[in-house]
Design a protein around this ligand. Structure first.
Ligand code: C5P
Length: 234
């Protein structure tokens, strides 16, 4: 899989998702979709199967974090769903990440890509220090988690577009960066604090951009998607 635009399907029911996907029915390029906890917990694994049947790739964003044995078994179930990317929290330790990879790998040796979440962007230096007792600078913590994910054999991390270059410098060009926080130059940034345009994300070497509202809430979602693809992939 090469560079791609991943559309965050932050909808709460399958009716809303299919209304949205119907707009892309005549598109040659089927958007890569991100399904998060809200939709997955509302609709269950069938939503993944139905969307796969429509020909979309899926990043299942469930951010697993538990003891290694539990995560391993859960990942085995997800690998049977035939998703293309899934993820977990690097804070679960290298052992948990290795167990997840084992669980995810199918009998024929194939598996979905496995990506780590480092520190959520909702965590800041102050809450990290006071709630988690982590006293190192947050960017050092993010790079440390990225290195541990690489050591465990994972494929990459979700990170801010502003961190993508440093992640590549630390973990190598082949270690994937998936970056949310993308907005068009003239667009509403909403609740995102630090944003980049698709063209800037391309420039700094993001491998995948995750784009939600600039596409899902656009007057013409198909045109917004095409613009994203054009700016990011060319
Ligand atoms: O609508 P918007 O483009 O802001 O959506 C971004 C998507 O990426 C949402 O699904 C959000 O949960 C996710 N995300 C994020 N920041 C992170 C991790 C995930 O915005 N650090």
């Amino acid at each position: 899989m090469g560079k791609d635009v991943i559309v965050a399907c932050d909808f709460s029911s399958k009716e809303q998702v299919f209304d949205f996907l119907d707009k892309f029915e005549n598109e040659e390029r089927k958007p890569f979709l991100k399904i998060g906890m809200e939709l997955y917990y509302a609709e269950g694994p069938d939503i993944v199967r139905e969307i796969k049947r429509r020909g979309h790739k899926i990043f299942l964003d469930l951010k697993l974090h538990d003891i290694p044995n539990t995560v391993k078994k859960a990942m085995t179930v997800l690998s049977r769903l035939d998703v293309d990317i899934c993820n977990l929290h690097a804070a679960g330790t290298v052992r948990m990440m290795q167990a997840a990879l084992e669980g995810l790998t199918r009998e024929d040796g194939t598996r979905p890509l496995l990506i780590a979440v480092t520190q959520l962007t909702s965590t800041d230096q102050e809450s990290m220090e006071s709630d988690l007792l982590i006293r190192e600078p947050i960017d050092k913590v993010v790079m440390h988690y990225a290195s541990k994910a690489k050591e465990a054999g994972l494929d990459g991390v979700v990170c801010s577009p502003l961190e993508a270059q440093k992640v590549h410098d630390t973990c190598g060009r082949d270690f994937l960066t998936i970056t949310p926080g993308v907005r068009f130059a003239n667009g509403d940034i909403g609740d995102q604090k630090r944003v980049m345009t698709p063209a800037q994300a391309k420039e700094i070497g993001s491998d995948y951009i995750v784009v939600g509202r600039p596409i899902t809430a656009a007057d013409d979602p198909v045109a917004a998607y095409r613009r994203c693809v054009n700016d990011f992939i060319g």
